[in-house]
Write a protein that binds this ligand. Structure first.
Ligand SMILES: Cc1cc2nc3c(=O)[nH]c(=O)nc-3n(C[C@H](O)[C@H](O)[C@H](O)COP(=O)(O)O)c2cc1C
Length: 376
């Protein structure tokens, strides 16, 4: 058991070295290529970007997505109020590796004075490449107070906010929006113009209203309308689940880049333009080990494994013979134990044929329901 984990810890070190060097190589290579687009003067190489996702797009997961091809990083959204109180956790969400650049630090608040002051502090302390303002969060306790998607109801505040941010910050300022508050107030074009006119350097658009939250299908037509209406880069987002979807949203909207959220959880290979079904078992298990080791290194042994559970259920979704992994998920409190049981699962998979049992199918459904509901 001990050996198994030592192996994985070693794997972590090797994994990170590989990761860094592969990213370095990627940068060396891309340095000779043309950027796909610019966020003001910041070149972005590539057209697929991991969405900011509270509880998921942390430093370890962003590193994995970048290694596989995500073109830039966005942090999870952070409350300007929390930053102003020097809340340790708020500042921790903004930790990033130098190799992640370009990196956007994303803030939210209903108080625009506080957003301006805290954005300045973030830039002075951490020197991110861009500051991004969240105007898409639909969670009632945030949006009802006028933050997140709540800002879409007060376009005049958005104008003042971006005017002040773009005049005072040395780095580009970007915004991530939804289509509007509800179907009766889809003011995305007005907001897009306001953003551009007040100095925003890019807009990411989730093709749903606040009221829709995550229901229904994302509507990509407004993304095309925004792209036709503004000169700054437009990043399309919402329900991109497959390589075919990437091609479709690009063709239908002409967007400069595509932001992928939920579909990247359990399938970060989507940034390599690979669908879930095209990832081999060996690739999957190697990445699970690498990701777990990175989580343990970043968060410590206990929190690391607990936070990893919601990723692993997605990595193994639909993969046969996951009973041992279920055991690991439900009983393991250390990475050692997890790796031990995980190895048994790998062996079983290699030995047996790949029929999904009814029991496993039911368990996967249970795992699914364990994963946190969308937060923003
Ligand atoms: C669990 C979760 C957390 C999210 N957190 C954020 C966030 O912190 N900031 C943000 O701008 N959007 C956040 N979002 C929204 C996503 O960035 C994205 O706009 C949305 O999920 C639609 O894209 P998708 O269909 O590719 O998932 C979150 C979404 C989910 C599911």
């Amino acid at each position: 058991m001990g050996l198994a984990f030592q192996g994985s810890a070693h794997c972590l070190r090797v994994g990170l070295v590989t990761l860094r060097s592969s990213r370095y190589n990627q940068r060396t290579m891309t340095a000779e290529l043309q950027p796909t687009f610019y966020i003001r003067e910041i070149p972005v190489y590539g057209d697929l970007i991991l969405s900011p996702m509270a509880g998921f797009s942390d430093k370890p997961f962003r590193a994995i997505c970048r290694e596989l091809g995500s073109a830039m990083s966005y942090t999870e959204f952070v409350s300007a109020d929390g930053l102003s109180h020097n809340n340790h956790r708020s500042w921790k969400y903004f930790e990033f590796a130098e190799e992640e650049r370009p990196i956007a630090c994303q803030l939210f608040d209903h108080d625009i004075d506080r957003l301006v002051v805290q954005s300045q502090r973030v830039v002075e302390r951490l020197h991110p490449d861009t500051i991004d303002i969240n105007m898409g969060c639909s969670v009632p306790k945030i949006s009802q107070r006028g933050a997140g998607a709540g800002l879409l109801r007060t376009p005049e505040k958005i104008a003042e906010l971006f005017n002040r941010l773009s005049k005072t910050l040395p780095v580009p300022v970007t915004g991530k929006i939804r289509l509007g508050w509800d179907d009766q107030s889809r003011n995305y074009l007005e907001v897009a113009h306001i953003l551009e006119d007040n100095g925003a350097s890019a807009i990411a658009v989730h093709g749903r209203t606040k009221v829709q939250a995550y229901h229904g299908e994302a509507d990509w037509r407004p993304i095309a309308e925004i792209k036709a209406a503004v000169k700054i880069p437009v990043i399309g987002n919402g329900d991109v689940r497959s390589v075919a979807d990437i091609d479709r949203i690009k063709a239908q909207t002409g967007c400069d880049a595509v932001m992928i959220g939920r579909a990247a959880i359990g399938n970060p290979w989507i940034f390599q333009r690979k669908d879930f079904a095209d990832v081999t078992f060996a690739e999957r298990t190697a990445l699970i080990r690498q990701h777990l080791a990175a989580m343990v290194e970043y968060y410590g042994p206990h929190t690391g494994i607990v936070l990893f559970r919601k990723h692993v259920v997605k990595y193994i979704k639909g993969v046969p013979y996951a009973t041992d992994v279920r055991l690991a998920l439900l009983t393991c409190t250390t990475a050692d134990e997890f790796i031990d049981l995980f190895s048994q699962w790998e062996e079983r998979y290699e030995r047996d044929d790949y029929q999904l049992s009814a029991e496993d199918a039911e368990l996967f459904a249970q795992f699914e329901s364990c994963v946190a509901a969308p937060a923003a």
